[in-house]
Design a protein around this ligand. Sequence first.
Ligand SMILES: [Zn+2]
Length: 434
Amino acid sequence: MKLIIHRGTKEIGGNCVELSTENTRVVIDLGMPLVDARGEPFDSRELEDKSIPELVDERLLPNVPGLYAGEDKTVDAVLLSHSHQDHYGLFRYINPEIPVYMTEGAQALINASDLFIPTKANIQKPIVFEKRKSLTIGDFTVAPRLVDHSAFDAVAFLIEGKDKKIFYSGDFRCSGRKRKLFEHMINHPVKDIDYLLLEGSMLGRVEGPYPNEESVEQKLESTFKNKQNIAFVFCSSQNIDRIVSIYKAAKHTGQTIVIDLYTAYILDSLKCISRRLPQYFWRDIRVIYFKYHAKTLADNDLLNFLYKCNKNKIEKVDVNRDRKNIVMITRDNYDFTKILDNIDNASGVKAIYSMWEGYLEKSGLEEKLRQREIQLERVHTSGHATKQDLKRFVEAMKPGCLIPIHTFYPQDYQGLFFDTPVRQLEDGEMLVLK
Ligand SMILES: [Zn+2]
């Protein structure tokens, strides 16, 4: 059996892994890079107007023969660990004949995103795998394992074939609403793992003041309590754990949550998977309409959804009028600026940044708020396991060999996991698994 990490041996983002035997080739994830060759934030416009051979030549697409549209198909399957762009952002280039395996939640989120973003994944042959069931792909047996992560329905993969066991951690943590999954994995570790491909996002990052989702919820609750004006919470609509935290904190303090149509649609897409997720028709939720979202839904034959949301629609003028009792989930964009400008009096407005800070630096959001004398407060916990939790994980799993992936600090693995042999690979290097 052979392993190639096509991308991700020394960076976060752009993950792409290949496992192969003489008969079978499986690719796991094909993500959008977060950084370019110079270490600057990756600009996805670089991909525009280029053919697949050009993209491969320029190393914007990993060189995986037989994976892409227009080539002879020699890859048997693609597996997706979770619905974050740094893991599926380049799926639109995959040969439409190749089946793409994912969880129900990942599929729902990708389908919902595809409506609203110009760079659609456009997966032609999706296959939803049943949780807790293994599947056979040629020489491989693949067992998806649900993990706790900021992406809903994220999985790790245990892959067996030719007497070798490989565990691909995907992205995971032990601080979210599904942390029991982590504890369960530690208490019932997979035995005899030969190679553990382990994410290390938190290596080199400082752990913030909020260690878990509960501490975020508590902080939000104390912020919402006795507030005198609107509270804006900047958050990804796909970070479902966080949406639940905001909802609970707002509910406990008697606040109404305002979400946009996009967020309402995302949550609606997941209602068959979890009935406990907040929905647009709940009593303490209102939906605000922005032109782009409404047009997108209408253009995609979703007028019915628009009509249903109408019952809980809130007008901008009412957001201003009821601002003292409103928590609004938002993102830094044109529509947010309009809403902010529409607020009569900015005194006492709360602004909470509840996502990864990497997005904040170049956004100009803090300056925009500062001009209105609003201070941006950061309340966030990471989607990734801390160094301490990674250690607990490795100590429990006892792999024969550890392979760094999804990290900017692969050279730090051996120092951190000193009891376990670490094999640091280069992007594109082939390792024969013995
Ligand atoms: Zn990732």
